[in-house]
Structures are given as structure tokens and as C-alpha cells.
Design a protein. Structure first.
Ligand code: DND
Length: 243
């Protein structure tokens, strides 16, 4: 889809600003050299990638990204909205442009959060292997990449495309999520040793928030306030994204 038609001047101004700030953050991240700035806590620079449908992005996603960033000393977390998620063919997904713009609004005020258009600008299915390879190429081997997922997503990971190759490019941070037991990861015989060795489990403050519930609430005229950033809520209303 092309850029949605403007419906609200204040929101458009916020989006324009968010897009500019996001571009600056990316430029800065790309120009940072290893070892520059504060004395690094780790031998290699660390950058997190968090892929998701983000339909819509909410505080569960943001707390996961922020906690992982802090606990593992990542310089930044790049949120990557899926263009065409391979695992969600059975349901209608909101337009990628809306999901991207909501992610921009949600991350604008955090200097360590960025949003990438990589998956939404590509044709075909969005596979994590392609995304991680892309960032590996951009940042080079001196940067350690961490792919951040919730418990539900990581429990499905053996079904992802080329998962054995994927683990050679990044580590995984699997965060806790209400309703999903991360301990199943260790007892799941399908998850192989190599993957487990590259996966760090992380307990985060429990937020039983889900995009599905938010979409249902909007459809039923129930409140979504305080489940997601105010500007994202405003965006869903202004563009009638879930009506
Ligand atoms: P979702 O559609 O589950 O994202 O996709 C997660 C990632 O998996 C995306 O990057 C997909 O491309 C990738 N994937 C899936 C399947 C196959 C392949 C790749 C492949 O390459 O073959 P959501 O928008 O639903 O959620 C984003 C993330 O946030 C997820 O990891 C989810 O578990 C997590 N999350 C929470 N974590 C803690 N507390 C909460 C959460 N809500 C969502 N309340």
C-alpha cells in the first residue's frame, strides 16, 4: 500500500518527525565504530533485532525489547515489522504501512529503539533468516546480533525457515510471556542443542497484553487505553485500523 491519506494534521506531524528521528538513529548506529563512546561492557558491540507482526505494537513488545536491551547490554534494538508473515496466512493482517507507522510512533521517544522497513519493502514472505543476514551484512562480524522473541514464538522456532543456518548468524533472547512456559524449551526434544546453547532465557515483568485482544477490543468498542502507547491508540482511531 502507498502512504495512507492524511486524516489528522497533528498525527501526520508526529509521524514525519518520528520518521526523521528514526533515520538519524539508524545513521548514527551505522556510523558508530567498535570501541567508541563509553567503555564497552562486552568485547563486541551488541545489537538486538525484534521481528513481529506488530498488529498493533503494544507495551508487551516494548517491555520485552527494553528489558532484553538492558540485561544484555545491547546498543540498540531494531524492530522489524513483517511484510508478509509466513505463519499468519490464515488471517487478514493490517496493511504493513499502518503497522510500520504505529511502530515508529511507539519507539520515537526511545533513543535506543529503531524501526526497519526491510521486511515491508521486500516482495514475498518475510523470513527471519533473510532479515538477520541483511543486518549481519550491514553491521559486519564485529557486531553480535541478538534476535528477541517471546516464549510463544521461540517455542515454534524449529518450524522457521533454515533455522540451523539462522543460529550461525545470531543468538536468541527468549522472554517470558504469560500463558507460555519457557521451561518447555528445555524439555522440547525438537529444539536441538545448538539452538538451546544460543538461546538466553529472560524473565520480564508479566504483561498479559496481546495484539489479538487489542484488535478484538477495538472491534467491540471496548477500551484499549494503557495497553499500548497513546499515540498508537490515537493512530488506530484516526485511521480506523481495526474497525
Ligand atoms: P509474531 O507474528 O509472533 O509477532 O512473529 C515473531 C517473529 O517470528 C517475526 O519476526 C516473524 O517473522 C518470525 N517468524 C515466525 C514464523 C516463521 C519465521 C519467522 C521464519 O522465518 O520461517 P508478534 O507481533 O505477535 O509479536 C512480536 C514478538 O513479541 C514475538 O516474539 C512475541 O512472542 C512477543 N510478544 C510478547 N512477549 C512478551 N509479552 C507479551 C508479548 N506479546 C508479544 N505480552
Amino acid at each position: 500500500m502507498n502512504k495512507p491519506e492524511p486524516v489528522n494534521d497533528r498525527l501526520e506531524a508526529a509521524l514525519k518527525k518520528a520518521e526523521q528521528v528514526n533515520a538519524q538513529k539508524m545513521e548514527q548506529l551505522l556510523s558508530t565504530r567498535a570501541g567508541s563512546g563509553d567503555r564497552p561492557r562486552f568485547a563486541r558491540r551488541r545489537i538486538g533485532i525484534m521481528g513481529g507482526t506488530f498488529d498493533p505494537i503494544h507495551y508487551g513488545h516494548l517491555v520485552a525489547a527494553n528489558t532484553a536491551r538492558f540485561e544484555f547490554g545491547m546498543e540498540a534494538v531494531i524492530l522489524v515489522p513483517s511484510g508478509r508473515p509466513p505463519h499468519k496466512e490464515e488471517r487478514v493482517i493490517s496493511d504493513p504501512e499502518h503497522r510500520y507507522r504505529m511502530a515508529l510512533l511507539a519507539t520515537f521517544s526511545n533513543p535506543h529503539f529503531l524501526v526497519s522497513r526491510f521486511e515491508i519493502d521486500r516482495e514475498g514472505y518475510s523470513y527471519t533468516i533473510d532479515t538477520v543476514k541483511h543486518f549481519k551484512e550491514i553491521f559486519g562480524s564485529e557486531v553480535a546480533l541478538f534476535f528477541i522473541t517471546g516464549a510463544d514464538a521461540v517455542l515454534e522456532i524449529m518450524t522457521w525457515k533454515n533455522v540451523h543456518e539462522l543460529v550461525t548468524y545470531c543468538s536468541f533472547v527468549a522472554v517470558s510471556r504469560p500463558g507460555f512456559n519457557l521451561m518447555h524449551l528445555n524439555s522440547n526434544s525438537e529444539i536441538d542443542e545448538k539452538l538451546l546453547a544460543r538461546t538466553r532465557l529472560l524473565e520480564i515483568p508479566a504483561l498479559a497484553i496481546s495484539s489479538t485482544d487489542i484488535r478484538n477490543r477495538v472491534a467491540q468498542n471496548r477500551p484499549i487505553q494503557y495497553l499500548l502507547p497513546e499515540k498508537v491508540e490515537e493512530y488506530t482511531r484516526a485511521f480506523g485500523v481495526y474497525k
